[in-house]
Design a binder for this molecule. Structure first.
Ligand SMILES: [Zn+2]
Length: 310
């Protein structure tokens, strides 16, 4: 029976080779990624703003890549945001929260999921914020909430509009009520921004859900969304199980949400800068043909927007 054992062992070896799949690290360190038509060079994808040429899928990008597209490469300054104490609850589940933070920081080269930057686009000074989904699913804990609030305060202090690109799964449950308090705190910060009559423009990026959608992300004066992105509060399966109805495949996509009035316009990434700047020019009565008849455009960015609002 020796030949049989050998044959079985040989078969097992072949199985192992065939089953070997690249790990997440292998994929991240590779020059290649994949989309609808199989492997695609990351460089080619990057040249097209991380949008697939064949199917138009908008691949996820990190905060710096987002700012590079919006402000122009290295045409912005990253602002240092407050850093509250890590892991106030000493949370441990299958891993400690401190370890998760360490891994996420190393992986993303960010202190928290949110990054705030300032820069000038077409002569308009802008404070912008973005969330990196690779940092613990873009979830919001104390540090993230503080960063969002800091961005709003920076916009008020410098009288600039605030543009935000939210994504992420919601509040970070490793910080439990402290994370939940972030929903109220960020909402209040946006209210302060509105009291100062400064435009707040939101552009949803994939995927945006939970407490993020339920707080600062839904309070924009204008809501854009990148094509195909997911915008939700609870997940589709949970809703389906609750209402006991089959939901359409496009449920919770940007296009579906736009049709139902929660998003003003769905945009392609290549038009992101143009669309946002156009709306800011209108709100700020600056550079716009619409306001060309207005006398003496001042060099100041902000003018009261009461006339626009009324
Ligand atoms: Zn594709």
């Amino acid at each position: 029976m020796n030949w049989l054992t050998k044959a079985i062992n040989f078969g097992e070896k072949i199985k192992k080779i065939l089953k070997k799949r690249p790990s997440k690290e292998d994929i991240e360190n590779s020059d290649w990624t994949s989309c609808c038509k199989g492997p695609i060079l990351k460089k080619d994808l990057e040249d097209n703003l991380w949008v697939c040429n064949s199917c138009g899928k908008h691949h996820r990008i990190n905060c710096r890549q987002r700012f590079n597209i919006f402000f122009g490469k290295n045409n912005y300054e990253i602002l240092e945001t407050p850093q509250p104490t890590d892991d106030p609850l000493n949370w441990v589940d299958t891993k400690s929260y401190k370890d998760r933070l360490k891994v996420a920081r190393k992986k993303t080269n960010q202190h928290c999921a949110v990054m705030i930057a300032k820069g000038t686009v077409d002569g308009i000074e802008i404070t912008a914020g973005a969330i990196n989904f690779d940092f613990i699913g873009g979830s919001c804990g104390a540090a993230e909430s503080e960063a969002i609030i800091y961005g709003a305060q920076h916009a008020i202090d410098n009288q600039t509009p605030y543009v935000f690109f939210p994504c992420g799964g919601g509040q970070r449950m490793f910080e439990s009520p402290i994370a939940l308090a972030g929903m109220t705190r960020t909402t209040l910060a946006i209210n302060e921004l509105k009291k100062s009559r400064l435009p707040y423009v939101v552009c949803f990026v994939d995927p945006c859900a939970g407490g993020i959608t339920a707080s600062f992300a839904m309070l924009g004066d204008i809501h854009f969304a990148e094509r195909g992105c997911l915008i939700a509060f609870a997940g589709k399966r949970v809703i389906q199980a609750t209402v006991k109805e089959e939901l359409s495949p496009e449920f919770q996509t940007a296009e579906f949400v736009e049709k139902h009035g929660f998003v003003d316009r769905v945009i392609d990434r290549k038009n992101l800068k143009k669309e946002i700047v156009t709306i800011l020019e209108i709100l700020l009565k600056k550079n716009s043909e619409i306001h060309s008849e207005l006398p003496n455009e001042t060099s100041k960015n902000i003018e009261p927007t009461t006339k626009v609002a009324s």
